[in-house]
Write a protein that binds this ligand. Structure first.
Ligand code: PXG
Length: 293
């Protein structure tokens, strides 16, 4: 299972799925990607992920070799080919082969590939006990350098933050902007809870508009939990009643300590628990079917 890679529309064995060393995706991180998930044979938020992928491509002036609709079909086919029901799906579009210079004009044929593999679930402890995370010194790319909305293959900014977090013994790290406002984690968005209200940084401040984040906002509102998109500092974060992270792979993970400060009671809080329940219920029903066609 998970052995067939979709490389430019053709299924090849994992070991044979190769891209040229002259591909600018590799030489310069010149390309875009998406990480999706399927739950019990249904791809979660396929439209939203495609929308974001094609907007990322548009931003870097990369014309994908196939349309958004065709890409959706290719994704479905790939999950089906690998006979997966619960999958993690990676879609990558690279600039393609060029010469050794930076110029994307020299790369006439973008490549794309789709990997569908079994989902690697995070340890139960993460959810039951909550995570300890730290803020790191490396700042998130500012809007004027590389807008964090773009899921580009150049994730070094986040990788450096991840390394810093790892050195501090944490699996996730909180990234701030130049002024010190809290933005997001290396691969997850962040929420705090204050007096029963969910607060998350607005996307205009320079955070990825996470699909899990948006789903949480929508579900919270539907369930009469107030949500505010507001910038906040570490002071507010340390003093929040609860904190949790959201992302496709992690779903919703409680955070119980930040920079050595206990958050709330030091155990995952009730609102986080409620959001997790609502989310789990939602993902079990939602999504584009892979097999019933
Ligand atoms: N912020 C950033 C910077 C991300 O890369 C999220 C938030 C969450 O977005 P979604 O749409 O998934 O709710 C991401 C997600 C990983 C991994 O292995 C995660 C992401 C990218 C690459 C790897 O955890 N992105």
């Amino acid at each position: 299972m998970g052995n067939w890679i979709n490389l430019n529309g053709k299924f090849v064995k994992r070991e044979e799925a190769k891209i040229s060393v002259f591909d600018h995706g590799l030489l310069y991180g010149d390309g875009v990607f998406e990480g999706l998930r399927s739950y019990n044979g249904r791809i979660f938020k396929l439209e939203e992920h495609l929308f974001r992928l094609y907007r990322s491509a548009h931003f870097i002036m990369l014309e994908p070799p196939i349309s958004k609709e065709e890409m959706g079909e290719e994704i479905i086919k790939t999950v089906r080919k690998n006979q997966l029901r619960d999958a993690y799906i990676r879609v990558v579009i690279t600039r393609g082969e060029g010469d050794l210079g930076l110029d994307p004009e020299k790369c006439p044929h973008p490549n794309y590939f789709i990997i569908a593999d079994r989902i690697q679930l995070y340890p139960k402890d993460f959810y039951e006990k909550g995570l300890e995370v730290v803020t790191v010194s490396i700042r998130r790319n500012p809007l004027y350098s590389l807008d964090p909305q773009v899921k580009s293959l150049n994730y070094l900014n986040n990788i450096l933050a991840k390394i810093e977090g790892r050195i501090a013994g944490c699996v996730e790290a909180i990234m701030l902007n130049q002024e010190g406002w809290v933005l997001e984690c290396t691969g997850d968005n962040i929420f705090i809870v204050e007096d029963g209200v969910l607060i998350t940084p607005p996307t205009y401040i320079g955070v990825l508009e996470g699909i899990t984040r948006n789903t949480v906002i929508e579900l919270a509102k539907k369930n009469n939990i107030e949500v505010k998109e507001e910038i906040f500092s570490c002071y507010r974060l340390y003093n929040a009643d609860e904190c949790f992270l959201t992302g496709t792979a992690a779903e919703i993970v409680p955070v119980v300590k930040v920079d050595g400060r206990r958050i709330g009671t030091g155990s995952p809080g009730p609102i986080t628990g409620r959001i997790r329940e609502i989310f789990r219920e939602y993902v079990s029903k939602e999504g584009t079917p892979v097999y019933e066609k």
